[in-house]
Design a protein around this ligand. Structure first.
Ligand SMILES: C[S@@+](CC[C@H](N)C(=O)[O-])C[C@H]1O[C@@H](n2cnc3c(N)ncnc32)[C@H](O)[C@@H]1O
Length: 358
């Protein structure tokens, strides 16, 4: 049960802090400054950006900030620096004095681009150690609220400790609300199963949870650009029926799944009658955004299909394509989708994920 109620004085600060994929700091900065005119850039390091507000923000206002490139977004309460972790731990709690904290999240910034140098965003052993010391230090958190990987409940007030380095931590807070904001540092704990046929499994496992598009048993999905089959695997594991289209070869592990149908080739070679039952599309084609949109449009606007939901990667083959994102979202809207979300997943590389629902 959250300690935040309608009478609670919400924490406030004139600084915000955000994390993002290494190398996307400038895009995060750009989108925030374009959209929120009362925010000024303050400070950044790889994977970390802070902003100063011209007026105080409280946690409720932070919840309303929408960005594509931030993974974590919270109020910044201050920075702790030193060589002695015991003193640093005490200082963390000093920032949180008088705050009705429900849970503590300790997380790192990214140290490399996801998928490179065997790096994937995740909580490190150092995070677990500091989390343990922090939760033991001063406060009694509710039973179950002291587990470092556990997502928060909606409305809980989270004390966030972002480890920039061993000697520099940034302390913040936020109220858990969306799926992403409930994960520690916005990082979901997903390990790649031993039989996952591609890294795309991780990307779509994360994206399905983030988008909250329900994957019902026996629902019918189309996977465009399916080979070798990691994304289909995430759907098949949920009991969905999947038609996978791709000119490239799909893994035998996927081909032997009874709920998987393989159509070898491109979408324009498939007969529309074969897609009659399909209600949802996932897509992960390694092509430029306009080509992806043309392929999707061809399927969605066809009278033989009735597509209710869509989840796909938009490959930013050149980073400058970021400026086209608003036009991309408008085009999807023109297909009749009401809810459209765009976000860079923790497992995305030079791409973002788009989800749309009717
Ligand atoms: C990044 S891979 C897909 C990974 C796959 N989603 C997975 O989960 O393992 C991109 C795939 O898109 C396919 N592709 C590109 N254009 C396509 C099209 N028009 N129709 C179907 N597949 C396409 C490529 O052949 C390639 O296999």
């Amino acid at each position: 049960m959250s300690k935040i109620s309608s009478n609670t004085q919400l924490p406030q600060s004139s600084f915000l802090m955000m994390t993002c994929q290494c190398g996307t700091e400038r895009f995060l900065k750009q989108e925030v400054l374009e959209r929120y005119h009362d925010l000024r850039f303050s400070y950044s390091r790889l994977g970390f950006v802070t902003f100063k507000t011209t007026q105080f923000y409280n946690t409720s206002r932070v919840q309303k900030i929408l960005t594509i490139f931030s993974r974590y977004c919270g109020l910044s309460l201050g920075r702790v620096q030193g060589n002695d972790s015991a003193t640093m731990l005490t200082q963390v709690w000093q920032f949180a004095e008088n705050l009705p904290i429900d849970r503590v999240h300790v997380f790192p910034r990214d140290s490399a681009v996801p998928g490179e140098k065997e790096f994937e965003p995740q909580l490190t052993p150092e995070c677990f150690e500091i989390h343990k010391l922090l939760t033991q230090a001063q406060r009694k958190l509710a039973v179950g609220n002291d587990y470092p990987l556990f997502p928060a409940e909606k409305k809980e007030l989270i004390l966030d400790v972002l480890l920039i380095s061993q000697n520099e931590w940034w302390v913040g807070c936020h109220v858990a609300d969306t799926w992403r904001s409930r994960q520690p540092g916005g990082i979901v704990h997903i390990s790649r199963p031993i039989d996952a046929v591609s890294r795309a499994y991780l990307k779509f496992e994360e994206a399905l949870r983030w988008s909250e598009i329900p994957v019902k048993t026996d629902s019918h999905w189309l996977d465009i650009g399916a080979a070798p089959g990691g994304a289909s695997q995430a759907l098949l594991a949920r009991g969905a029926n999947v038609i996978g289209i791709d000119p490239a070869e799909v893994s035998p592990i996927i081909l032997k799944c009874p709920n998987f149908t393989y159509l070898r080739g491109r979408l324009n070679q498939a007969k529309r009658t074969q897609l009659r039952k399909v209600k949802f599309i996932i897509s992960d084609m390694n092509v430029a955004p306009n080509y992806t949109l043309d392929v999707l449009e061809d399927c969605i606007l066809n009278r033989a299909t009735d597509i209710r939901g869509l989840l796909f990667t938009l490959k930013l083959v050149r980073w400058e394509l970021i400026t086209d994102i608003p036009a991309v979202l408008n085009r999807i809207k023109s297909w009749g989708f009401e809810t459209i979300l765009a976000k860079q997943m923790q497992f995305n590389r030079q791409e973002i994920m788009v989800a749309a629902r009717k």
